[in-house]
Write a protein that binds this ligand. Structure first.
Ligand code: DGY
Length: 323
């Protein structure tokens, strides 16, 4: 790397990551951790060589196509990159990278956490205890649904889907079904998972449905009214992918009329907004997009984003280039 490239980092990152950024680049860190507004993002695109954004920053065609843009690489802090207009980046010769692999296990752990929480009604139980309402053990209190031995249907069988399959098979003896047109049968066989030709078939046979697909335009509202209705009565839906993969209004109707038994959601259509009706339901578990939120993973994501920047400015090929 010759002159130190200027890198704008849109949010606070773990201390070790910020230290490494400062050591390698002219890093413009966000001490207040306040999200950059459109004006600040436009200024960053104009004044920096690189941008290190997160899922909450919309890097759209106007920013990428601006005539005064100096940024040549957008190194996203996250495996999902639906916050970036990748087609516009390609059209304007801006490199985009993401942070795959390093968050697979923690995100899979969180999907399993949601499945257990919603099935065993742990959110309800915790609220009950904290509210001082618990009057003692009784045989019929807060009866949940068994997880062990049941059928889990995975929509998407990439890295995270496969990691969930492994946990479900080995930890809970579950039968695992999946739909994913892009995965090989060898991957599935090694994990003892059974392929189904359609999403509907998976949902129809599963007690738990878990979403692990990316969030490009094709998966917007993939779980629409018809697909939610294709689930078994008494089934649970888990989403740790992206909020807009689920039509939230359709899901809420299904939760209210008993089409499905419950949902465990880590992501929402209009984050950080969560519909009030959803938050009022007892048969849902709602988390604030925590999939990759461990110290270990967030440090690893930061280092991966830095490695991509360093490779680019050294004149090499960033390992995680997506555009
Ligand atoms: C990811 O990496 O995609 C997580 O959802 C955080 O952005």
């Amino acid at each position: 790397m010759s002159a130190r490239p200027t890198v704008v980092v849109t949010r606070r990152l773990p201390a070790d990551v910020e230290e490494r950024l400062r050591a390698l680049f002219d890093a413009r860190l966000n001490a207040q951790d306040a999200p950059l507004d459109a004006t600040a993002l436009a200024a960053a695109m104009r004044d920096a060589d690189a941008l290190l954004p997160t899922v909450t920053d919309r890097i759209d065609a106007a920013l990428l196509g601006a005539s005064d843009r100096r940024v040549r690489i957008v190194s996203n802090f996250g495996v999902g990159f639906n916050n970036i207009d990748v087609a516009a980046a390609k059209a304007n010769g801006v490199v985009v990278t993401n942070t795959p692999d390093v968050l697979t296990d923690d995100t899979a752990d969180l999907a399993v956490t949601l499945m257990l929480m919603v099935a065993r009604r742990t959110g309800e139980g915790e609220r009950h205890v904290r509210a001082g309402q618990w009057t003692g053990w009784r045989p019929t209190q807060l009866l949940g649904t068994r997880v062990t031995g049941k059928t889990l249907g995975l929509i998407g069988f990439g890295r995270i889907g496969r990691a969930v399959a492994k946990r479900a098979r080995n930890g809970f003896g579950m039968r695992v079904l999946f739909h994913d047109p892009y995965t090989s049968d060898a991957d599935a066989q090694a994990l003892g998972a059974e392929r189904r030709a359609s999403i509907e078939e998976v949902l129809h046979e599963s007690d738990y449905g878990s979403l692990h697909c990316p969030a490009p335009a094709e998966t917007h509202h993939l779980m629409n009214t018809a697909r939610v209705a294709a689930m078994r009565r008494g089934a649970f839906l888990i989403n740790t992918s992206r909020g807009d993969v689920v039509d939230e209004a359709a899901l809420m109707r299904a939760l209210l009329d008993g089409t499905i038994a419950g949902a465990g959601l880590d992501v929402f259509e209009r984050e950080p907004a969560v519909p009030r009706e959803l938050a009022a339901m007892e048969n849902v578990v709602l988390l604030p997009h925590l999939g990759s939120a461990t110290e270990e993973t967030r440090v690893a994501m930061g280092n991966r984003a830095i490695d991509n920047l360093a490779a680019f400015f050294d004149g090499g090929a960033p390992r995680d280039r997506v555009a």
